[in-house]
Design a protein around this ligand. Structure first.
Ligand code: SAM
Length: 188
């Protein structure tokens, strides 16, 4: 029998599915945590050469790695800056923001996203989100501070006014090793 995908997507796979359903060529998207550049490449493929992907990371190594991975893709612009400074670099309206929180795999695990800067970035992102746009936030709870950040994000998202935003959370309930969960914000 042909191998099939797992019956339920991981948080990061679901994020890609939802963003993939939203973006069309020519759109503008933000990768708020470029890391190794996988999400940046994905976003660039969706918006195409006439679109734009604006990426952020605080680590020079992450920016370099992503620059190598995206190569000559002219739609990608990278900033070695915290996403809490999105307001300096990004005007609206934006069709999609991806946040993949936590630490850079294979790198210094003490450099993680932090609740106060993440919430500030989300506040700025939600103000720049186009009607019909989406924010995906992959949350990791297995490292020090991860649960506090997940709680802060969930609390922030839960308080968004329902006449302007829809909010959902996707989470496995019976898996060991703290798999990531996903909070999504859609702008009506
Ligand atoms: C889980 S990794 C991102 C993985 C990435 N999306 C990928 O596809 O490989 C989280 C990243 O967030 C970065 N980071 C930490 N604090 C940040 C901040 N304030 N603004 C932007 N990026 C930050 C880390 O340096 C790390 O590279």
């Amino acid at each position: 029998m042909a191998s099939r995908r797992p019956p339920l997507p991981t948080a990061t796979t679901l994020a890609h599915q939802l963003v993939g359903d939203r973006l069309v060529p020519g759109d503008t998207a933000v990768d708020a945590t470029v890391g190794n550049g996988h999400d940046t490449v994905f976003l660039a493929s969706l918006v195409g050469s006439n679109g734009r992907v604006i990426g952020f990371d605080v680590q020079a190594a992450a920016i370099e790695q992503t620059a190598q991975r995206t190569g000559s893709l002219r739609q990608v612009v990278l900033h070695e800056a915290g996403h809490e400074r999105i307001g300096q670099f990004v005007e609206g309206p934006i069709q999609a923001f991806m946040f993949n929180l936590g630490y850079l795999p294979g790198s210094d695990k003490t450099v993680t996203t932090l609740p106060h800067t993440t919430i500030e970035a989300l506040r700025l992102a939600s103000a720049r989100l186009e009607s019909g746009g989406i924010i995906t936030i992959a949350l990791y709870t297995g490292h020090a501070g991860g649960q506090d950040e997940a709680d802060a994000v969930t609390d922030w998202a839960r308080r968004l006014p329902q006449d302007s935003f829809t909010v959902s959370r996707y989470q496995f309930l019976n898996q060991e090793n703290s798999p990531p969960h996903l909070v999504c914000v859609g702008r009506r």
